[in-house]
Design a binder for this molecule. Structure first.
Ligand code: HDL
Ligand code: ZN
Length: 410
């Protein structure tokens, strides 16, 4: 197969393979306003909020936060899209979504775009977006401490199989006392403020009851760049005495998302988080000490990536995934996918979308499919050049393994 044909084959197969999107912040329609979608939500995505203040440093934070959603979108649209070129990854993403939905944005008229998108009902739009993105399912981020989300699980629950649950428990690491109150409110007797034996048992019972209730595909928590598990802290106790044992007892993967500097700039609210290099030895220690637990790990710092690849080579119970958040940019996706294939072959999950707004799965996967496809083509070309035949079926098998969700189950 000559290199041009190979490139065409890989591109077609990667575009035709329905994606298992293993980490998003999307919700099915049953969750009401928790499901964000549409042009104003796209334009006010927190990535673009941070960029807005860079173009308009004179803008006061509170002035922006006091605006209506539409006013915020108008300001970002004029600033980033009309008066400048929407050339950043998050800005380009909005343009890709409009293009893929067949909406002409050339006259840059936001009112016209809003009107064009009003043709869809919510369920029609969910269908349209999933079909356009060719995503088979999106794993949600379900928080058992979220006052808006909990009642939905206690009433209608989720019946849309395109949205699959994941149990996200950052609260237990970030604010145990508050979560203790909420667990008590849900009927779990938390008898003291310290993480003593009784409190750990009650917390594990709480987690197991939620696993029973929502049937998550994994348990997840994001963790700071300065995470420590050997200091006897509450964070360490929650991870070692609650989350890992509960993952083991329920035969669920434990997803650790490491490297966040939460609220580096609180004035930016959701856009205010930063990134820091973390200690990959923690991942190695947990994987080594818990060989019967499956760890899914993504790290936020570019500087951690090569070390994480090599650590994954040492532990068969460790699968690394995604180009998370600040890494979800073509230049870094390319570098990370190449070093992962070179060190791990196909035993890794190259990407997740992290979409917060439904429409984003269109652009996040259009952009990622292109880059991952280019790297795969290069790697296939290398083995073809070395004399190894690569068939269409080989490529289909491989792409479905890394992007079709198979690895999540191993
Ligand atoms: O903690 C996370 O899951 C992160 O993805 C944050 O939600 C972050 O704000 C984000 O949306 N990244 O894409
Ligand atoms: Zn996320």
């Amino acid at each position: 197969m000559d290199s041009k044909k190979l490139a065409q084959q890989v591109t077609k197969i990667i575009n035709d393979t329905p994606i298992a999107d293993i980490h998003t912040h999307l919700y099915s329609e049953a969750f009401g306003d928790l499901l964000l979608y549409g042009i104003d939500e796209l334009i006010t995505y927190h990535y673009l909020v941070a960029e807005l203040f860079r173009y308009k440093p004179e803008l006061e934070y509170e002035t922006y936060w006091n605006m209506s959603k539409q006013q915020q979108a108008d300001l970002i649209w004029d600033t980033i899209f009309v008066n400048n070129s929407p050339i950043s990854e998050a800005a380009r993403g909005v343009v890709t979504v409009l293009n893929k939905l067949g909406i002409d944005a050339a006259d840059k008229d936001l009112t016209k775009i809003r009107t064009a998108l009003q043709q869809y009902s919510t369920s029609q739009y969910i269908d349209k977006v999933f079909e356009t993105a060719n995503v088979k399912y999106a794993i949600m981020t379900n928080d058992p401490f979220d006052e808006t989300e909990v009642p939905v699980w206690d009433t209608t629950g989720n019946s849309d199989t395109r949205f699959k649950p994941a149990l996200r428990v950052d609260g237990l690491l970030n604010d145990f006392p508050l979560c203790a109150k909420k667990m008590a409110h849900q009927g779990f007797k938390i008898t003291s403020k310290n993480l003593d034996k009784a409190v750990i048992t009650a917390t594990k019972d709480f987690l197991s009851s939620w696993i029973e209730k929502i049937k998550p595909l994994y348990i997840a928590a994001s963790m700071p760049n300065d995470l420590k598990i050997d200091d006897g802290s509450d964070t360490a106790k929650v991870i070692l005495d609650c989350l890992i044992p509960v993952a083991r007892e329920n035969n669920l993967p434990f997803a650790m998302m490491i490297g966040v500097k939460r609220q580096m700039n609180p004035d930016l609210r959701l856009a205010g988080d930063g990134v820091g290099k973390a200690d990959v030895d923690i991942v190695a220690t947990l994987a080594r000490e818990n060989p019967d637990v499956k760890f899914l790990v993504t790290m936020l710092s570019r500087e951690n990536q090569h070390e994480l690849c090599i650590t994954a080579r040492k532990f068969k119970n460790l699968t690394i995934f995604g180009c998370w958040w600040f890494l979800n940019n073509p230049s870094i996706i390319r570098e990370m996918t190449a070093e992962r294939i070179e060190t791990l072959g196909l035993t890794m999950i190259p990407q997740h979308s992290d979409a917060r707004v439904l429409d984003q799965i269109i652009y996040k996967w259009t952009h990622s499919r292109k880059v991952i496809g280019e790297v795969l083509t290069e790697k296939y070309s290398d083995i073809v050049e070395a004399g190894w035949p690569v068939t269409e079926d080989d490529i289909k098998r491989d792409v479905n393994m890394i992007l079709g969700g198979q690895l999540l189950w191993r």
